[in-house]
Design a protein around this ligand. Sequence first.
Ligand SMILES: [Zn+2]
Length: 202
Amino acid sequence: MPEALKRLIHNISLLPGIGENRATKLAFFMLWANENYLKELRENILTIKENTASCETCWSITDAGKLSCSICNNENRNHSQICVVEEYLDLLTLEQSWWYTGVYHVLGWAISPMNWVFVGDLNFSKLFTRIQDADNKIEIIIATNPNLEGEATSTFLCEEIEKRKLKHKVTLTRLSRWLSSWYIEYADTMSLVSAMRERKEI
Ligand SMILES: [Zn+2]
């Protein structure tokens, strides 16, 4: 096999969820693909970082040069309801359900000491500032994954809100646990909407 093809297969195999076999298939697809498609793909990969930025309010991803994302900027959304998720992909999954009309806060990770992810790695401080600065009482919907790491993150968040004397400013709710997956990202719309609808105050 040519060295160039080997290198491409290696690069592709490093992508999440893609093993050696799929990487080989994708590399061959690229080998025979249209030149314009490959140029566009290369351009998009090379510029993805410079063309995107973090929303300064909720830490989701927005277009470079914009301070806030389209959800934070949308006056029709309920800004007194903040859904706290681990990752941007969780936000996208919730948005696909078309049910939730509040805003979000993306933590970036879940607390997981086994994977060397600690409290300081998560975007908590901005969330506490949002709660602090809110004029009215807000609902914090904790939508971390229904697994060990998600639970640890949820517990920390609740304790910290108490510790920082912010409890009077929020109603804390947690998604019901009856999701079709341990990960919100992979949950189906119906179970996600039910988990949202049947959320419990904690
Ligand atoms: Zn935002």
